[in-house]
Ligand binder design. Structure first.
Ligand SMILES: NC(=O)c1ccc[n+]([C@@H]2O[C@H](COP(=O)([O-])OP(=O)(O)OC[C@H]3O[C@@H](n4cnc5c(N)ncnc54)[C@H](OP(=O)(O)O)[C@@H]3O)[C@@H](O)[C@H]2O)c1
Length: 283
């Protein structure tokens, strides 16, 4: 049965590479993107590389709960079943910014928005799990989680904002969500986290030129990371491996904080309150 895969932030970098790979493997790809002009350009690029590719474009801004709800409604009207959701979109602004609900942008848009989105898409994912026995959620986390700390006092902003601790917290939260979700999802619906590697993408666009130039030799291509994302979404190899965290570039240690089950559960419960969703019970 043909698969439908939603990729957030699919108009550039790793998300676009995933979309190319998924389209080449015959999936219908929904590009869930903030910037519609870039999303249309991505659709054309995918069609050029994979003639006959099935690509849909939908508007999604993860920095607004209202927008996320609207996206979920639009998606449900167009795709009854979702076989995989890839929570890829992420940002790392150098200056502190906030979501529409007043959360610090990296916590809000990199973590809390995808948390809400995942819960809103569960009906379509569950339907896919019932019909095919195989539906998946993929979280793009990062090796940066290793220096992250979950600190509720920073969720709505930091008095002394430094971008990297804020980014690391959001990526730690992505990984902890993966573990908490693995204890909750029904049979046939699995969750997977990945570190894409240090990838040469636009995420470094705000870095000073010299820093970016020094970093570049150590970065891998978005295509390599995109292949892992597509594999986690589609490959039979990962079907029974819910809760795992994989990487496209080693080494990739998992921090003690990320593995702390009590902390995962506390974050899950608090996030459900913040995002206004009914928490899923543990199996
Ligand atoms: N590159 C790396 O070395 C690296 C390493 C570890 C993890 N990651 C993770 O990989 C993921 C993809 O990053 P990338 O490297 O491919 O960077 P990228 O090229 O900058 O792509 C980021 C994507 O996220 C989208 N996005 C940002 N804020 C959004 C929002 N509020 N709502 C909806 N979409 C939003 C961007 O959309 P716009 O075009 O509208 O800005 C863009 O499509 C991120 O989660 C990042 O944290 C990257």
């Amino acid at each position: 049965m043909p698969k439908t895969v939603v990729v957030t932030g699919a108009n550039s970098g790793i998300g676009l590479a995933m979309a190319h790979e998924l389209a080449a493997r015959g999936a219908t790809v929904c590009l869930a993107c903030r910037n519609q002009a870039k999303a249309e350009a991505a659709r054309e690029e995918i069609a050029r590389r994979t003639p006959g590719a099935k690509v849909d474009v939908l508007s999604l801004d993860l920095s607004s709960f209202e927008h996320i709800h609207r996206f979920a409604t639009d998606l449900a009207a167009r795709h009854e079943r979702v076989d995989a959701l890839i929570n890829n979109a992420g940002a790392s602004p150098l200056k502190q910014q906030f979501t529409a609900e007043g959360f610090e942008l990296q916590f809000g848009a990199n973590y809390l928005g995808p948390f809400l989105l995942t819960h809103l898409l569960l009906p379509q994912l569950r339907l896919a799990a019932e019909q095919t026995g195989d539906a998946r959620i993929v979280h793009v986390a990062s090796v940066a989680h290793n220096i992250g700390r979950i600190d509720a006092d920073t969720f709505r902003g930091r008095s002394k904002y430094r971008p990297f601790p804020a980014y690391a917290q959001s990526k730690l939260a992505n990984l902890m969500f993966n573990y908490a979700l693995a204890r909750r999802l029904p049979d046939g619906l699995s969750t997977h986290a990945m570190h894409p590697g240090g990838v040469d993408s636009d995420i470094y666009r705000e870095l000073p030129r010299a820093v970016h130039a020094a970093l570049r030799p150590f970065l891998i291509s978005a295509d390599r990371a995109g292949r892992l994302g597509a594999e986690l979404a589609l490959s039979p190899e990962y079907r029974e491996r819910s809760g795992e965290y994989l990487t496209a570039q080693r080494p990739n240690p998992v921090s003690r904080r990320a593995r702390d089950v009590a902390a995962q559960e506390a974050l899950y419960a608090e996030s459900a309150v913040l995002a206004g969703v009914e928490p899923l019970p543990r199996r």
